[in-house]
Ligand binder design. Structure first.
Ligand code: NDP
Ligand code: 2IT
Length: 450
């Protein structure tokens, strides 16, 4: 083992001992350590200031009880969290996730990734993440509202427009943000941009809903331009059928690509005829209005197939866009993608590709963009929502969309600057980690030992 890899494994062991039973958090930390520790060899000021270890320790974690009454008047209890990871370059910023799999490890990995991602956006945003193990599936609107109000009653003590600004993530969309905003306003007697992803009539920004999916495809287009390729006519696999997946598909269609898969936690749809605008409208209505299951797609569209036990990575495609959840693309799927001639994987979700799968994809020199770079359009547009709220005005759709495009372009340029190797291959993982790290690390050093 080289001295450098020894140093990486010693660092990872040390952090792991302080954070037992947190596999997702350690997965995110390990990936960053593998690129940042070698970088620090030539940039010793970061090592001397012990910046990386400080970045692995959240500035604050809040955990709290969320009691609420269901429609049968039974009292339910969930657990709420907010991980305030790093505020070196701006107030804590990051989404809230409501899903039964939420725990401290998942939220710490998400908050850790968010620090690097937010730094990449070029905007003054620190990193945080929160949520609850509450499962919104099968709950009535009234139950969701009571849960959101109880959750916000405690969370409101820890957030604020200049302190910590949450937003949506899995299981948290316009409905939940609306209920939480209403409760915050009532408790604080203050109309302020304390959440992003708000409704357009009460401080929300145009394009925020679309931003993560659109930004992902803008980033993929930058990758194509860099490599004299194009998305036009390309067959694409997408996983998930929620917010990120829907607007990634919309932009792929606009750019002339052919999306052929979607999925949810019940299974995958393969539609060899391609998902067009009309089929996408069906998916939006099914998932956003009726909150139904994706299997219905196959009942409606002839020639499409529903597979309960197969991920979207088992079909012959040019590009893959995982847009559902963490670790949804394991090594065996990466092998299948490579075998079928897939040329690139662009992460829309956070850490959807397992570490073994990422290694395999990079070894085979496919394009690979990590979520912290390619899904940053969502939080970037949240940052633009904050700017509009601070100015008490609204920008047009074109203005926000233009800024989003420019931000994705700048993230791409930054990744290339730090990630281009001597043979011309761009290591976007390395590029994103180093570019995200430098700004936060320099700010931490400038602010002293705090
Ligand atoms: P949504 O809740 O809108 O959609 C999530 C989708 O993923 C659903 O189709 C859901 O299926 C599926 N899914 C969730 N968990 C699982 C699971 N354990 N196994 C299989 N499928 C699953 O969330 P978003 O689209 O907002 O988020 C998707 C990903 O993108 C997440 O990783 C999130 O962190 C990331 N992200 C989101 C941003 C945003 O602005 N919303 C910004 C940047 C990243 P089902 O309907 O069955 O639950
Ligand atoms: O993972 C993410 O970047 C998000 N869920 C969006 C966070 C935000 O504050 O808009």
């Amino acid at each position: 083992m080289s001295n450098l890899s020894k140093e990486v494994s010693q660092f990872v062991d040390h952090i792991s001992k302080r954070n037992p039973h947190e596999p997702e958090f350690m997965q995110a930390v390990t990936e960053v350590a593998e690129t940042i520790i070698p970088f620090m060899e030539d940039h010793t000021k970061y090592k001397e200031a012990n910046v990386l270890e400080r970045m692995c320790e959240p500035e604050r974690v809040v955990m709290f009880r969320v009691p609420w009454s269901d429609d049968q008047n039974s009292i339910q209890v969930n657990r709420g969290f907010r991980v305030q990871m790093n505020s070196a370059i701006g107030p804590y910023k990051g989404g809230l996730r409501f899903h039964p799999t939420v725990n401290l490890s998942v939220l710490k990995f998400l908050a850790f990734e968010q620090v690097f991602k937010n730094s990449l956006t070029t905007l003054p945003l620190g990193g945080g993440k929160g949520g609850s193990d509450f499962n919104p599936k099968g709950k009535s609107d009234a139950e969701v509202m009571r849960f959101c109000q109880s959750f916000m009653t405690e969370l409101s003590k820890h957030i604020g427009g200049y302190t910590d600004i949450p937003a949506g993530d899995i299981g948290v969309g316009a409905r939940e943000i609306g209920y939480m905003f209403g409760q915050y306003k009532r408790l604080n007697n203050e109309f302020t941009g304390v959440l992003t992803g708000k409704g357009l009539d009460f401080g929300g920004s145009l394009i925020r809903t679309e931003a993560t999916g659109y930004g992902l495809i803008y980033f993929a287009k930058e990758v194509m331009d860099e490599h004299d390729d194009s998305l036009e006519g390309k067959i694409c696999a997408i996983s998930g059928s929620g917010n990120v997946a829907q607007y990634a598909i919309e932009k792929l269609i606009e750019f002339g690509a052919k999306p052929v898969t979607v999925s949810d936690s019940g299974g995958s749809i393969y539609d060899p005829n391609g998902i067009d605008t009309e089929k996408l409208e069906f998916i939006k209505e099914l998932k956003n209005e009726r909150r139904g299951r994706i299997s219905e797609y196959a009942d409606k569209y002839k020639g499409s197939e529903f597979h309960q036990d197969i991920t979207p990575w088992n079909f012959k495609v040019d590009f893959a866009f995982p847009c559902a959840t963490q670790n949804e693309l394991p090594l065996e799927d990466a092998k299948t993608l490579v075998k079928n001639g897939c040329k690139g994987v662009f992460e829309g979700a956070n850490m959807p590709t397992t570490d073994e799968a990422v290694a395999y994809i990079r070894e085979n020199k496919l394009f690979f963009s990590p979520g912290k770079a390619s899904n940053a359009g969502g939080v970037a547009t949240s940052g633009l929502e904050m700017s509009q709220n601070a100015q008490r005005l609204y920008w047009t759709r074109d203005e926000v969309d233009y800024r989003l495009k420019m931000i994705m372009k700048s993230i791409h340029t930054n990744c290339v600057d730090y990630g281009k190797e001597s043979d011309g291959y761009v290591d976007y993982v390395k590029g994103a980690n180093i570019a995200g790290f430098v700004k936060v690390a320099d700010s931490m050093i400038a602010q002293g030992v705090v």
